[in-house]
Design a protein around this ligand. Structure first.
Ligand SMILES: [Mg+2]
Length: 346
């Protein structure tokens, strides 16, 4: 749990001050929580708490706690050394302004060479994931918001896949209707240009290409999906809509368990996830070591469960900052051969 003595709290409605008794107050708007040492023992200090309202939609102590991020520089060496799995979103997490910077791609290689298991978790299509699984320094890639995972078997370099049994191909009439309604009701939105490479979802572009539409338009598209009984998530560039009962989190847990013997009860602190936008929220909420790149703050009003840590830099540079922090704390800033040793144990 976060130690707020070390934490750098963010946002105009957050503040920290001494209470005169050796503890500290955490202020969330007009809500005050007294924390003696950690947020574990926080309790409501303000008797009027239930009447106060926060611009972030915070209604309870629990809400306040999950809405706080602290700087990645506060990660401890013990937390970094406990990590085994590095999961990350791609768009606006590894990328910056639509490009994959040298810094974040190099960071993937350094993490890989340090023996960590690397798994991008993305809304991008099957066609892209084929390339990523084969050519990037990764152990697998979850695609189309959790419909499937692709990975390459080191022996024989065979590409393997696991698909969620509830996934429905994207020619389903419900998805066609969602797309037709969106194109009529939200002028300027369009099918994503990577749609031809998709198997199970439709992606509606609102901000990957010009003209960039406001987030309010993306939310209107999501509302159409909700009305039609179709699952949908908003990323920083697309609204993705699908039929099956899955998301990024459920597929990540299923596959890590099957492939690496991961136990979600036992091993949750061995996972770090890095993301940037509302479609990453299930991961932010689930993994106590989740991190946001700095641009996650753009979506603060749309994300209740913010990640525990935040980078100071945006996009790919933020990911590189997080990777360097982890590697430095683990005492392996550059690949030192640990990779082979680690893999023998998996
Ligand atoms: Mg993203």
């Amino acid at each position: 749990m976060v130690n707020i003595r070390q934490g750098q709290l963010i946002g105009d409605h957050f503040g920290l001050s001494e209470n005169g008794f050796g503890g500290e107050f955490l202020y969330v708007g007009r809500i005050a929580i007294l924390a003696q040492h950690t947020l574990d023992d926080a309790f409501v200090h303000d008797e009027d708490f239930p009447r106060h309202r926060s611009p972030y939609g915070i209604r309870s102590v629990k809400d306040a706690i999950v809405h706080i991020m602290i700087s990645i520089s506060n990660m401890t060496a013990a937390q970094a050394r406990a990590l085994r799995f590095v999961l990350m979103d791609i768009d606006d997490t590894l990328t910056t302004e639509g490009k994959l910077p040298a810094e974040s791609y190099a960071a993937l290689w350094k993490l890989h060479e340090a023996g960590l298991v690397i798994v991008p978790i993305t809304g991008r299509p099957a066609g892209w994931c084929d390339l990523i699984a084969r050519e990037w320094p990764v152990d697998g890639v979850v695609g189309e918001n959790g419909a499937f995972v692709f990975w390459e078997e080191p022996k024989g370099r065979h590409l393997k896949s696991l698909t969620n049994p509830s996934a429905v191909r994207n020619d389903a009439p419900e998805l066609t209707r969602v797309l037709e309604r969106a194109l009529v009701e939200i002028p300027g939105c369009r099918p994503a240009c990577d749609q031809f490479a998709r198997l199970y979802d439709i992606a509606i572009d609102f901000a990957e290409e010009e003209p960039r539409l406001p987030l309010s338009d993306a939310l209107r598209i999501k509302k159409i999906c909700d009305d039609e009984g179709v699952r949908a998530k908003v990323s920083s560039i697309h609204v993705n809509a699908w039929m099956g009962n899955y998301d990024k989190l459920s597929m990540a847990i299923t596959w890590l368990a099957a492939r690496f013997g991961y136990s979600d009860e036992r091993d949750r602190n061995s996972v770090i996830f890095v993301g940037d936008s509302p479609n990453d929220e299930p991961m932010f909420a689930h993994f106590p070591m989740a991190c946001g790149v700095a641009n996650v703050r753009r979506y603060e009003s749309m994300i209740m469960h913010m990640p525990a840590f935040a980078a100071s830099r945006e996009g790919g540079l933020g990911f590189a900052e997080i990777a360097e922090t982890i590697l430095s704390l683990r005492g392996c800033e550059h690949g030192n051969g640990a990779h082979d040793t680690q893999r023998e144990r998996t």
